[in-house]
Design a binder for this molecule. Sequence first.
Ligand code: NA7
Length: 537
Amino acid sequence: MTATTSADAPDAIIIGAGIAGMYQLIRLRELGMRVRVYEAGSDVGGTWYWNRYPGARFDSESWSYGYSFSAELLQEWNWPEHFAAQPDTLRYLNHVAAKFDLRRDMRFNSRVTAAQFDDASSRWTITLEDGAQDSATLLITALGPLSAYTLPNIPGRDDFVGPAFHTARWPREPVDLKGKRVGIIGTGATAIQTIQTIAKEVGHLTVFQRTPNWAAPLHNRAITAEEQAKIKASYPEIFERCRQTDTCFIHQSDPRKATEVSPEEREAFWERLYAEPGFGIWVGNFRDVLVDPAANALMTEWAAKKIRQRVKDPAVAEKLIPKNHGFGTRRLPLESGYFEVYNQPNVELVDINETPIERITPKGIRTTACEHEFDVLIYATGFDGVTGPYDRMDIRGPGGQSLKDAWVGTPRTLLGMMAEGFPNLLMVLGPHTARGNIPRNIEEIVDWATGLVRHMRVNGLKRVEPRAAAVEDWARHVEEAAAGLLFSQVNSWQTGVNRNVEGRDVRRTLGYYGGAVRYRHKVEAVAAAGYQEFAFR
Ligand code: NA7
């Protein structure tokens, strides 16, 4: 079955209607192209469409997170809080979709399962779950680095008789947890937001923790009318600030070194960061904290002290203090009263290293110590990050070579935008791009990809692919940029480790860690020199 005839075939197909897919559609329309977007969900929003779990919200300052391309949009939208909750972000993305009339080019409830490149015609044909097909010269993947959610590989997962949800598939209808016995597996950024939110209403909460994570206060609050006016007047400065930092957040590392200042100066700085909103304590810390083990050890010791101060039971506090990775070497969750949750009489922390989970049972979870009975189970067990969404699709280049196979050891890309051996396939936020304050990264990547497409259209070129030597150079540079960072030596979704997925137990470099500024310089230089790293036909 074919969804299109050649008469209404689009010039480009975009997979995904999240922040990236929406913006890419807007940009390609400006080139006069016919575009069709395929989206698995029933509406726009991507991450913010799927992740409806209780307490889901930004750890980015709201006013640094929205799209920057339209002054009118910036002026008409009021973020209610400094760190917006998921319903507000989804409302924002719905507003953008309506304002720019995006839905007319979008097909919802349309999961793409396969994409095949035809060498002779230089066209991609995509196949949907229901067998329908569509084709275009250009295929753009805007899949989201955290869209392939993973359930825990624990025996008996289907045996539980009550409701069980992965946080990334939380139902649209409200879930009544009031007075219920709830079990949650996981203690990552998602779990932390969920736990601190539902602990207020559940009857009893049991948290199953495999690896504790460092976390620091978010300090969210409502945006006052006065602040709103100030924010709207200073968008150019806000976005310029984001352009100057390594992570595109407003925070930038401090030029001092933790190991070179006095203990008093160090502690005063950390106290200040701990009292400030957002990621400052992570990416605005002393410049040696995330690279020098000695500096990191000092920060780690200080952060452990904070947990001991906040958690009353010393034995519980010790369980909550990470021992196998230093502060900030995994994505730092931001929290609002998370540690105090463990002072509540109705909350229990189960360290599954001490009493491993044996299986999920019809009534709950059985560990080596006992069976815990629940009314509701929550899996906050994360994602097969960055490459997971690609692996779940059967993407085949000329000659039938599969992208999944090509990326078995590690992905190979040019600038994180194109994969070696896969012509006319552009990736937004694929592996090896700079990642931080995501919409900032997305806008830059989409603008660059649009420039490449414009170049092809202006010059009558039908086919583009990265040159092997350029891919080799980029791979080397990506590894060099990641070397020496403490987080490269720690297991997390960012280093590609997910023990729920077969073969995903070896660390890989999945991002470009030379900083967003350097990344921008690299990609801009390639465009300015006429895309010599790419071969065109
Ligand atoms: P994360 O950060 O990957 O966290 C997943 C959590 O689930 C983590 O604590 C895992 O423990 C735990 N997990 C996963 N599988 C299991 C099994 N089988 N048994 C026990 N515990 C398990 O995902 P999040 O959704 O919290 O956050 C993802 C990103 O979203 C985050 O970085 C932000 O950018 C937003 P582990 O650490 O693997 O021992």
